[in-house]
Structure formats: C-alpha cells, structure tokens
Design a protein around this ligand. Structure first.
Ligand code: BEZ
Length: 219
C-alpha cells in the first residue's frame, strides 16, 4: 500500500527524552519539563470526552490514583478536546458515578502534543488520539510505550504491573520474566564472559535453567 505523506513528527521511542511542550490542562497551564519534577509520569491519551470506553478508562486511572502516588508517579491525561469539554465531562462523571478525575487532563485542541507523541495515528483516526500510555521516568526519559486502538480499553492492572517492573528493575538491576508480578522471582543479568559463565554454572544460589537464564528471589 502506498505510504501517505504526513506532517507528523517521528514517533517518540523507548529511551528518548520525552519531548517538551506547554499546554493548557484542567489544572491550569503546564510546561511538561517542569511537571512532576523528580517523579515518574504516566502521560496517557484517550480519543474523546463523553465516550464510553474512555469514561471507563479515565475512571480506572482515577480510582487507582493512590496506587500510582505510592509509586511516586503523577498522572496526566490528554485528548483533542477543549478545557470546557473536559470540565463538563469530569463533572458529569462525578455526578453520575462519584468518580472524580483529580489529575490534569491536557486540552490538546490544536493536536500539538498528540502529534509530538505519535498519539494521532491517521490510519486509525485523523481527529482523535489513540489510547497511548507513555511511562516517563524522573529524568524525563521514555521507558515504556503502549498504544491501543480506539475500540479496545487498556488494562489498569497491566499498567501498574509494568510500572512496578520498571521501578524494580532500576532498583535491583534485574529483568522480569513473562507475567512477572511483585514478589515473583526475577531474572539476574546473564554472564558476559566465559569466566562469568563458569561462575554462573557453579552458582547454587539461583534457580538455573541454563547459564543465561537464572532466576532469583529477592527479599
Ligand atoms: C469510546 O471511548 O468509547 C470510543 C471513543 C472513540 C471511538 C470509539 C470508542
């Protein structure tokens, strides 16, 4: 299929510095590089206010906000809607369900931020952001990116699990196996030399499948 010319920025990638921007939000104007200093940030987009899947997702972020706070993580949402629409939706959801979206939501009416972060994927929609989640560490480096289409809601347990895994990996210098959950064994870095390989083959302190796949319980 012919590739269409677009005026979109290259997609940000894992390991990139999070692109900086200024924006209006439901909590006032922000400059992203100054937002949530020394904290992790989850920057997430939704396609549109007053839509059903988005309402469930934003409610999911809101009801689990305390868990994100425990992980030193600030939430910030985005859609291509005005602040007035955001305020109306926030109030409507609170009136109907009691859930309050108590985190800033960017009013990206000119699509500036959505384009900067590859949230506007024109073959999915020209006017609505896809469901993206950017996991950004305290040095403002992008560490994990999720993109979901318009018709599939994200999984809040997986978002929290992935955030915990990133933080645990940073703290302990280990990697996480398939389906890792906090408390599970972790993967210790594989040997890089023959000497290290020989040592690992004698190591009885880890669960060894092979010298390059060893799991360990961390207390
Ligand atoms: C929704 O949130 O329900 C939705 C939004 C845009 C397109 C499709 C579904």
């Amino acid at each position: 299929m012919e590739v269409q010319e677009t005026a979109y920025n290259p997609m940000p990638r894992i390991g990139d510095q999070a692109p900086d921007f200024t924006a209006m939000t439901t909590k006032g104007p922000i400059k992203f590089s100054e937002f949530a200093r020394d904290k992790w940030v989850l920057l997430f987009s939704h396609p549109a206010d007053f839509t059903p899947v988005c309402t469930t997702e934003m409610s999911g972020f809101a009801t689990r906000k305390a868990e994100f706070e425990e992980l030193n993580t600030e939430l910030i949402g985005l859609s291509i809607d005005s602040v007035h629409a955001h305020l109306g939706w926030v109030n409507n959801v609170r009136e109907k369900t009691g859930v309050y979206f108590d985190f800033p939501i960017i009013a990206d009416i000119d699509m500036k931020v959505a384009k900067l972060y590859g949230m506007l994927q024109p073959n999915e929609s020209e006017t609505a952001a896809v469901r993206a989640v950017f996991f950004i560490d305290p040095s403002k480096k992008i560490r994990l990116i999720m993109y979901y289409p318009l018709n599939v809601g994200r999984n809040m347990d997986e978002i929290l699990r992935a955030l915990k895994a990133l933080q645990y990996s940073d703290k302990h210098g280990v990697a996480m196996p398939l389906n890792w959950q906090p408390g599970d064994k972790v993967i210790i870095p594989p040997p890089k030399t023959l000497d290290e390989m020989e040592q690992r083959l004698q190591d009885t302190s880890c669960e060894r499948v092979e010298f390059y796949l060893c799991k360990k319980e961390l207390s």
